[in-house]
Design a protein around this ligand. Structure first.
Ligand code: SF4
Length: 392
């Protein structure tokens, strides 16, 4: 929608001027902020870096491989036919709607890319018409960049819920990373968020298709696959979330799962997240704990069923999950720093990959580790290891 008609107070119809491409980009990139499935920064430091760039559509990011940089991140359109209760862009809100053409986004992106302000593009869209017609516009954007402009760098394409297998495959031919947000764990929880979308048909089926096509040895194994949960919008427990995370990593080989604490005030008033008595700061702590567990699953060889949960199926808000696991397994400790293997050492609270790397390097040199001081500065984090290690 390019212009907005408002009633005039002096009797003449008021025709708003069409929005400029920059104005649309400003609106659409702002509306893309809720999507974290490319690790677009949401920390205070990232927000500062973003505003330092002057252009609101440039986002600092951490990529699935750990790299950092800036992306141009935008929606093609914020018009949407869907009714996702947590989303400020759902069909029945008064959000200012606008749409950019694939050619306009491609041109804007190349301008920033050629001036070395961004290294890649993240592009998503509300659902205008059918899922596949929205996919076609995303695909066209990537196609202009890849085929006409011979851009070989990073493109993250969102997969629209309900996209066909054909559209998914077209996107995979062009993208570096694709993501479809899973939103919550299981159809019963999803039914509290949206009546219009079907969890199995529109979310799980396409995620499974992407998983199959990007698996090791499959035609698009070079393409990264990520997703995002919105935490606390429905009534999902952490046990349910972790069970889905285990399946997404183990069976569908996703590179990353992101968690976004539901922001109260943006959703439908009858949404469980709107009616919840959990404070916003506790919800953010819950998000943080889920990220800690995500690390334990991906980088520390924990399995989802080893993660300690309370009797209601939630992570502790007061103690980090690795520390809780250690307290529940006194027989595993103390771990002998001079004999234990890498994965045993990584189970010790306070020891991360860097500290364990130093321990193993010292041992490889034929030297002994005699105290934590040999490993690094013993501050709050490394100090946690003291009660769990020995140096025999
Ligand atoms: S599909 Fe749902 S989450 Fe995505 S823009 Fe539309 S209403 Fe929002």
């Amino acid at each position: 929608m390019n212009s907005i008609k408002k009633p005039s107070i002096i009797g003449y119809p008021y025709i708003a001027r069409p929005l400029s491409v920059e104005k649309k980009l400003s609106i659409l990139s702002q509306d893309s902020q809720y999507d974290l499935a490319c690790a677009c920064g949401s920390s205070a430091d990232d927000r500062r870096k973003r505003s330092d760039t002057g252009d609101r559509w440039i986002y600092p990011v951490t990529l699935p491989d750990g790299g950092r940089g800036f992306l141009l991140k935008t929606l093609l359109s914020n018009a949407c036919v869907n009714d996702c209760g947590y989303c400020p862009l759902r069909a029945d809100t008064n959000a200012q709607r606008c749409t950019l053409e694939p050619e306009q986004v491609a041109r804007m992106f190349l301008h920033y890319y050629r001036s070395k302000r961004v290294f890649g593009l993240f592009v998503s869209s509300g659902v205008c018409g059918s899922p596949d017609s929205s996919m076609q516009r995303l695909i066209e954007t990537a196609s202009i960049l890849r085929k006409r402009e011979h851009f070989k760098g990073y493109i993250h394409l969102k997969i629209i819920p309900g996209a066909s297998d054909t559209a998914i495959e077209e996107a995979l031919k062009l993208a570096s990373t694709v993501s479809l947000n899973i939103e919550t764990a299981g159809a019963p929880n999803f039914s509290k968020l949206s009546k219009g979308k079907d969890y199995l048909r529109d979310i799980i089926r396409p995620i499974q298709t992407i998983g199959r096509l990007t698996a090791k040895g499959a035609p698009y194994s070079r393409v990264k696959h990520t997703t995002q949960f919105v935490v606390g919008a429905s009534t999902e427990t952490d046990r349910e979330l972790l069970s889905y995370c285990g399946g997404l990593y183990d069976r569908l080989h996703l590179q990353r799962i992101y968690f976004s604490a539901y922001q109260r005030g943006l959703g439908r008033p009858d949404l469980p997240g709107e009616q919840s008595t959990v404070s916003s700061s506790d919800l953010l702590t819950r998000e943080h704990r889920l990220y800690q567990v995500d690390f334990l699953l991906r980088k520390y060889r924990f399995s989802a069923d080893e993660i300690p949960l309370d009797s209601r199926g939630f992570l502790s808000l007061t103690t980090d999950p690795k520390q809780l696991w250690a307290r529940a397994h006194p027989g595993f400790f103390p771990v002998n720093v001079n004999k234990a293997d890498k994965w045993e050492l990584l189970r010790v609270p306070g020891l991360g990959h860097q500290a364990v790397g130093r321990i193993l390097a010292t041992r490889k040199d034929g030297r002994r580790v005699n105290s934590l001081e040999n490993v690094g500065t013993v501050g709050k984090v490394l100090g946690r290891a003291r009660e769990y290690v020995c140096f025999g």
